[in-house]
Design a protein around this ligand. Sequence first.
Ligand code: SF4
Length: 212
Amino acid sequence: MELEIVEVVSRTVQGEGKFIGTPISLIRLPGCNLKCSYCDTKYAWKEESWSTKISFEELKDNLPCTNVLITGGEPTIHKDFELLFTSLQFCGKTIHVETNGTNLKRDWALARDMHWCISPKLWSSGNGISMVDYGNMIRPFVISGANVYLKFVISDAEDMLESLKLLQEVVHKVPVFYQPVSNDTEMYKWMVENGPEDARYLLQLHKLAGMV
Ligand code: SF4
C-alpha cells in the first residue's frame, strides 16, 4: 500500500481530549470536507496541502508508539483510511482517530482497539450544520458501542448552546470535552463557569508545549 500523507510525527503528545498527555505517534492525512473558520490545520486541506507519498512499510517504521493518532484534515474521507487503520491494528497498534463526525461508517464502530474523538462543528465554524443532522450522524455510531468521546471547540455562548442541543440529540452518555478556540484563556474561564458540570475543560496541551 502506498499512502498520500501530509506528515508523520514519530512521537508527540496527545494534546486534547480523553487521552491528553499520552505519548503518541501521529499521521496526518490530506483533505477535508469542511472549511472551519478557525481551522488550525488549513495546510492539510487538499488545495493547500504539500502531501507526499509513503509506503506502508516506511510509515510503519516511523511509528514507535503503541498509540497511533490518525488525523487531518478529515481522515475518514481519505480513500485508504480503513485499510490504514486495519493494517496498523494488525501490527498491534491502538488507533485514535480525530474526526469531524460527518463521514462515520457504522461498520467502523465494531473495530477493536479504536478510540474516536468526534469534534462536532458548531455555529462559529461557519459550516452551517444543524445539530439535529449532527445528532442523526453521530447517534448510531455511539449506540453501536464504539469508544467515542466528543470534543467541542467553543468561540462564544452560541456555540455552547449548540453543544448542549447536540448532547440532547445524541441522548446516550458519552465523555464530553470542551476547549476554547485558539487556547483563549478568557473563553476557557467563561466555559468553566457556564458549561455543564459533567464535562471536562481543557486547553490544547501540545500547543502550550510548542509541539505538533
Ligand atoms: S473539520 Fe477540522 S480539519 Fe476540517 S476545516 Fe474543520 S477544523 Fe479544519
